[in-house]
Design a protein around this ligand. Structure first.
Ligand SMILES: Cc1cc2nc3c(=O)[nH]c(=O)nc-3n(C[C@H](O)[C@H](O)[C@H](O)COP(=O)(O)OP(=O)(O)OC[C@H]3O[C@@H](n4cnc5c(N)ncnc54)[C@H](O)[C@@H]3O)c2cc1C
Length: 397
């Protein structure tokens, strides 16, 4: 009998678990997930959980369409509820509206048929409390949904376990020694050996990259969300709303319903702010006052029809951002026994299936179907070593 390849995945968030679930169906691999805390303890349980495909670039749509299908499939006959309220991206100009028309056609090519462009009147009819004077319309993904990131992570963990994967919680990777037969990994919960190691450590991937001798520049960026209450119940189904056009920079307010008279709201960006926090030191329990002020202003401007809105409890979480804001997925350029699965920023819930599948394809030696060499996720772009910060010892990575 041929020996199975021992793959250790560092990180039990949605990215590591999607990889574990998809890899563990293949008998040639023994899969072990090492998680420093518990399943979903990182960013995955702090997300707002939106899964959508309302992008313009074909690649952005393709990877999300895969995620949409994958999550819909695993949610069937499970306790994971997908709230199919739809997703509305607002157009900041007539030119954006033109791009949204292209998006609808491209989404169809990738099997997504529920998208359509709305003019301002149609947006107002759908969302009566919105201000559209400075917006040109929107792109509605009628089949888009939101979910609970923690439950999603646990569902994939359960699939991976039933496929034979080992999931070791409270096992923080602290050291790695490479020998001729692979990696010797020391953790807070025992020692493990691996032929190949996947770095899926989210906001901690910079640190884990150093431990694995496979450095990556990863910026853990702090983002917040708050609950917004209205005393008046909102009639009908309200889609999640995003006032941000990818590629246009800056940040925009988003809103997703949570019950009949409350919402989760935040400020979204897909561009790295260049700032970073220490993921082990930062407080994640509340949204800071500066954020609350900026959110309140953006909320009143965009949603003036909810005139009794009250901000409730807020929380924070980390976007694992790379220097160019795109994920890094595939063999590390200077240590190909380490596979990178990191940098999903504010999109890791919806991108996790495609990241996991791409890692699996690389591991099997197959040509990646979506995000292979020369794609925006190609790790070769990090081999220009000057991208990697050489900060003094003790500085934040
Ligand atoms: C406020 C907010 C809202 C968001 N909303 C959305 C959304 O609507 N849709 C969407 O798609 N995305 C959203 N995101 C982004 C999404 O949550 C992340 O991109 C995603 O969770 C990243 O998953 P991950 O598995 O890479 O990281 P994580 O979930 O952070 O998992 C990494 C894991 O690695 C573990 N780890 C760290 N160091 C070690 C070590 N040394 N050894 C072992 N394990 C280690 C950590 O404990 C952690 O559990 C949001 C994020 C935030 C903060």
């Amino acid at each position: 009998m041929t020996r199975r390849t021992n793959v250790v995945i560092v990180g039990g968030g949605v990215v590591g678990l999607s990889t574990a679930m998809q890899l563990s169906t293949d008998d040639r691999y023994q899969v072990t997930v090492l998680e420093a805390d518990h399943v979903g303890a990182g960013s995955s349980s702090r997300s707002v959980g939106i899964v959508e495909t309302q992008y313009v670039q074909p690649f952005d749509i393709e990877v999300r369409a895969y995620g949409h299908r994958f999550i819909s499939r695993i949610a069937e006959n499970s306790d994971l509820q997908l709230h199919r309220n739809g997703y509305l991206r607002l157009a900041d100009s007539a030119a954006s509206l033109g791009e949204f028309e292209e998006s609808v056609a491209r989404q169809r090519q990738f099997g997504i048929t529920g998208a359509r462009v709305l003019d301002t009147e149609a947006v107002r009819a759908l969302v009566p409390f919105i201000a559209m004077d400075d917006r040109a319309g929107g792109l509605l993904g009628a089949d888009d949904f939101y979910l609970d990131g923690y439950l999603y992570a646990n569902l994939m963990a359960s699939h991976a376990r039933s496929n034979g994967a080992k999931l070791i919680q409270r096992a923080r990777l602290v050291e790695c020694r490479w020998t001729t037969s692979g990696a010797e990994l020391s953790t807070s919960n025992g020692a493990f050996s691996a032929d190949l190691v996947v770095n899926a450590a989210g906001a901690w991937a910079g640190r884990v990259g150093e431990i694995l001798h496979a450095p990556v520049e990863l910026r853990p960026e702090l983002h917040h969300a708050v609950t917004v209450f209205s005393r008046t119940a909102i009639a009908g189904t309200v889609p999640s709303i995003m006032d941000y056009v990818p590629g246009h920079g800056g940040e925009g307010i988003y809103l997703r319903p949570e019950g009949s008279n409350s919402f989760f709201a935040g400020l979204h960006s897909e561009v790295s702010s260049g700032t970073r926090v220490d993921p082990d030191q930062v407080s994640l329990n509340a949204a800071g006052p500066e954020f609350v002020d900026a959110l309140a202003e953006a909320f009143l401007t965009r949603f003036p029809g909810i005139d009794d809105a009250e901000l409730g409890h807020g929380w924070s979480g980390l976007f694992p951002m790379t220097y160019d804001s795109s994920p890094v997925v595939g063999p590390h350029p200077t240590n190909d026994a380490v596979i990178c699965a990191l940098g999903s920023g504010g999109n890791g819930i919806q991108l996790s299936p495609a990241i996991g599948r791409t890692v699996v394809e690389y591991l099997r030696g197959e040509a990646p179907t979506m995000a292979g060499p020369a794609s925006p996720w190609d790790p070769k772009r990090i081999s220009a070593i000057d991208h990697i910060d050489t900060k003094p010892e003790g500085a934040l990575r």
